[in-house]
Write a protein that binds this ligand. Sequence first.
Ligand code: DGY
Length: 325
Amino acid sequence: MNSSNARPKILVARRIFPEGIERLEAVCDVDYVDQIEPLSKEELARRLLDKDGALVTGSERVDAETIKNASALKIVSNIAVGFNNFDVEALNQRGIIGTNTPDVLTDTTADLGFALLMAISRRLSEAERWLRDGQWHHWEMGRMLGVDIHHSTLGIMGMGRIGQAIAKRGLAFGMNVIYYNRRPLSPELEQACQATYVDKETLLKTADHVMLVMPYSPQSHHFIGAKELSMMKPTATLVNIARGGIVDDNALVEALQQQRIFGAGLDVYEGEPHLHPGLLNLPNVVLAPHIGSATEKTRYLMMNLAIDNLLAGLAGKKPKTMINP
Ligand code: DGY
């Protein structure tokens, strides 16, 4: 804290729910950026100069440069489970705590993954556009034919909490669940998910639906590119609820244009909120604007967990969900 008895000075870098600001203002001096646009990097660094702590979202990049002159900064609390917006090494070097919001969004995000899987497999967006266009005049045997979800093979890339929640949804649909992960799950967890570990290539070649749920890192950059897409079945779908950048969007657009896979359901994009223009013109893709955790209940839980973490760190206690031990 800036001085021993003073209230901590904190930055809230984006608009949050009013109840969150009330909680924070009761115990902190809050520099509140009440706007939906992210701050520029320079402005973020400037506002951090005199702060003890900060609440940020996945759109704020917190790296060596942003925290360089923030000499009092003790903790940065992310309102997101993914923390690829943090340079964890830079935080560690300065002894600054970083926290995220796992667990509270697991099922909500898994639901969205399944919603995208179902929407693309059964061509829901395409069918609705066609109907609204006034093109529906007759029942047709061969119109809007999709691919089955039930009793198909679901391939999950990344078997953390959200991956496991997806696997359980797959079981309810009678799916055969296979997964690829840096390490296989413990036998107990594998048993709970009834999922079989396979290598990346086997998953791509075997799965009817490929779901990406892994964290983004330099190692997972373009984990799915032209080569991987060419291994998938022409009837397979690809769903990405993880992070843009895991998929090479140029390669994906090309594969979708040439119908080398059946379709894709996407919640995240390289360079979002800017989309590859090719995606917008394709019928065989369902697009969502990064809403994996977007239910009212879950967003409140995320906000409150992030605030709990921030206040614990400022009080010298161990936050519940730290990203740097
Ligand atoms: C997360 O929590 O990581 C979501 O993707 C929101 O950024």
